[in-house]
Design a protein around this ligand. Sequence first.
Ligand SMILES: Cc1cc2nc3c(=O)[nH]c(=O)nc-3n(C[C@H](O)[C@H](O)[C@H](O)COP(=O)(O)OP(=O)(O)OC[C@H]3O[C@@H](n4cnc5c(N)ncnc54)[C@H](O)[C@@H]3O)c2cc1C
Length: 294
Amino acid sequence: MDDIGYDVAIVGGGIAGFEAALTLKTLRRKFLWVGTKQFGDKILLAEHVSNFPSFSGTGRELCALLKKQAQAEELPFLKARIDGIYQSGEEYLLTVGEKTFRARTVILATGVETSGAVKGEREFLGRGVSYCAVCDGALYKGKTVAAVLSSADFKEEAEYLAGFAKKVYVFCKKGDLSFSKENIESLDDTPLEVFGTRRVEGLKTARGTIEADGVFFLKESVPPSSLVGGLETDKDGHVLVQRDMATNLKGLFAAGDVTGRPYQYAKAAGEGLVAAFSANAFLSLQDRENQENL
Ligand SMILES: Cc1cc2nc3c(=O)[nH]c(=O)nc-3n(C[C@H](O)[C@H](O)[C@H](O)COP(=O)(O)OP(=O)(O)OC[C@H]3O[C@@H](n4cnc5c(N)ncnc54)[C@H](O)[C@@H]3O)c2cc1C
């Protein structure tokens, strides 16, 4: 457990998270800004951005400007993927592998998945499908698992699984992957569907079928409802929010693409700002109430 407790934990390195971090800095709050990558990959893909105030150019150019501003403002950024967010009394615990961070409030700015889920992935979540090797790997001691990696960045997590499982089948289309552990087999194949009856029994692929007791989807972004238990979402998986970006969970706010369409920088940035002000107001109120109860 990290001994430092934060006022706010911002999860997501995109523009919504960035704007929340800038605002919390001006509000003099102690915050943790964490994401898989600062500003993410999406921004680099935009050919031409013409609807963001005071800017017209490529996504790459916009990203360079944002990075420059983050450096000038000396905004601390932790490059990591949050595996789980749990309520514990009046605070939240956020886990990254075996490390845990504490924060009084959370701003979820995790964007939306563009890659889409494999058939059966959501259906078997918690019944053999997992998004976190460190959280669930030990459940598969002596068993066979498949690990579907969105990039070679998740190599270590696949190796972690191999420390428990008898056999790990790895699927990874992006990046060069070679493993030294003999119980890992890297397959040049495409996963199509998780199958099973009560629990996962395997994975149908473009080339055949793999029998497996569990399937791990190791990717940058996981559905918000899997990240935070009890979080209310709409039928498309977007987090339901009020105008102040509050979710149904006390002290937990959401901003950006994760709350729904339009998926746009200006909307994401605006919501990041509102979420930061709302988290600040929540903390001030909580402090006043705690004072009165002394
Ligand atoms: C090709 C393309 C072109 C576009 N062009 C435009 C345009 O011209 N104008 C416009 O306004 N918008 C455009 N957009 C949309 C714009 O990119 C999004 O609206 C914007 O990036 C949303 O910002 P965000 O911060 O909400 O989410 P994101 O930018 O998606 O950032 C969220 C980040 O959080 C990370 N994350 C997710 N889960 C976790 C976790 N558990 N732990 C840590 N980090 C996590 C993700 O990996 C990601 O890096 C375009 C998008 C694409 C793909």
